[in-house]
Design a protein around this ligand. Structure first.
Ligand SMILES: O=C(O)CCC(=O)C(=O)O
Ligand SMILES: [Fe+2]
Length: 223
């Protein structure tokens, strides 16, 4: 009996992952329910580890886009170089948590494809009131980025909606709740609207099938 119940809940879980995968294929974005990829303990652990990582204020994106956000680097992906963890033990511990087998397998079922994904870049965003991330394209940071995975670490904030513009005529607005995970293709423009109250924190990582050097070409300002 217990076995039958277990088999049934496993099948239901598989069915939910298949639905997520189809939605991602069709719409380019899917919101994964809390507790699917990260438990509350995982989130508390990440939120505790991030306090050990120094932050920098970022006001300009890789393509000159305008931002106002505090960034804690976990793994960096600089042009011409392979991805590498930021210094210190906390970044390595966060990557270890993200790469745990069950999480990798679950995420792979949502992303699809045969080969494994690598995390090319990972960072934590702290967005107090007034912060925003201007419209940008993730693939401009690294042409091999395929999917962005955005984990919500906080409950108490207003504003900070994630808005995606798949074309000039469409927009999708997301208000992802605490513990949910937004997965989106890196080929759609998007932004994070200004935070009006409280503080929004998110863990963001970019997945790719390529693990080599970042193939982004930086145009020289003299040419
Ligand atoms: O913090 C977020 O919700 C995602 C921000 C973003 O679009 C990015 O880091 O590329
Ligand atoms: Fe982005």
């Amino acid at each position: 009996m217990a076995r039958a119940v277990n088999d049934k809940s496993r099948l239901l879980a598989e069915e939910a992952l298949t639905k997520y995968r189809i939605e991602l294929l069709v719409k380019g974005t899917v919101l994964i329910a809390p507790q699917t990829l990260f438990t509350d303990d995982d989130l508390a652990r990440v939120d505790q580890l991030q306090t050990e990582i120094p932050e920098e204020e970022v006001r300009e994106g890789d393509a000159g886009d305008s931002h106002s956000v505090f960034v804690k680097r976990v793994r960096v992906d600089l042009p011409g170089r392979p991805p590498s963890n930021a210094h210190g033990t906390a970044p390595a511990q966060i990557i270890e948590l993200l790469e745990r087998k069950h999480r990798r397998l679950t995420l792979k079922k949502i992303l699809g494809g045969w080969s494994d994904y690598v995390i090319r870049r990972c960072q934590i965003h702290r967005m107090p009131t007034g912060s925003f991330v201007g419209i940008h394209l993730d693939a401009e940071s690294d042409p091999d980025f395929e999917y962005a995975v955005i984990v919500q670490l906080t409950r108490e904030f207003e504003g900070g909606e994630f808005v995606i513009y798949p074309s000039a005529y469409e927009q999708y607005v997301f208000r992802p709740p605490f513990g949910s995970v937004l997965v989106t293709t890196c080929r759609n423009r998007h932004e994070v609207k200004p935070v009006h109250a409280g503080e929004r924190r998110s863990l963001v990582y970019f997945c790719s099938k390529r693990s080599g050097a970042n193939r982004r070409i930086i145009e020289s300002s003299t040419s």
